[in-house]
Write a protein that binds this ligand. Structure first.
Ligand code: TYD
Length: 139
């Protein structure tokens, strides 16, 4: 697994197989990302002024990629906030549990792919930032 950490989010660099027909990138759970992949979802047709995210997860771990175009991911652990720009389909950011995330500044036609460690569970979300601050300071 090729993972490095600049700060709050891990940086994931996927392999690429390049030949004259184009580039091929692949991802294996528990190998290129540090969990078994239970769910994959996509964001697309995102208006350029839309804001996504605005929540944290108690258990869920995710890796976020910009398969096409670009967007900004802001992460916050309750004390520090950092911003990352995703624009290379091979490079993802690992957002661990109990990290507040916001995504915005989507370019026209951007496609965001998210690999997730668990199936969808609304009960795992913390959608209120003050609740997040309380829970994260107690954990
Ligand atoms: P949400 O996770 O808030 O979107 P984002 O963080 O990208 O802004 O989800 C938006 C809606 O979609 C919400 O009603 C929950 C639903 N949803 C599912 O039903 N299944 C899923 O796998 C996801 C990610 C969301």
């Amino acid at each position: 697994m090729k993972t490095s950490s600049k700060g709050l989010a891990g940086l994931i660099d996927l392999p690429v197989i390049t030949d004259p027909r184009g580039d091929l990138t692949f991802v294996e759970g528990c190998n290129h990302v540090p969990f078994d992949i239970a769910r994959v979802y996509f964001l697309y047709n995102v208006p350029v002024d839309a804001e996504r995210g605005g929540h944290a997860h108690r258990e869920l771990r995710q890796v976020i990629f910009a398969l096409s175009g670009s967007f900004r991911v802001s992460v916050d652990n309750g004390q520090t906030r950092e911003e990352y720009w995703l624009r290379d389909p091979r490079k993802g950011i690992l957002v661990e549990r109990m990290i507040w995330r916001e995504m915005d500044a989507f370019s026209q036609g951007a496609v965001c792919m998210v690999l997730a460690s668990h199936p969808y569970d609304e009960g795992d979300y913390i959608r209120d930032h003050s609740t997040f601050l309380k829970e994260v300071s107690g954990s």
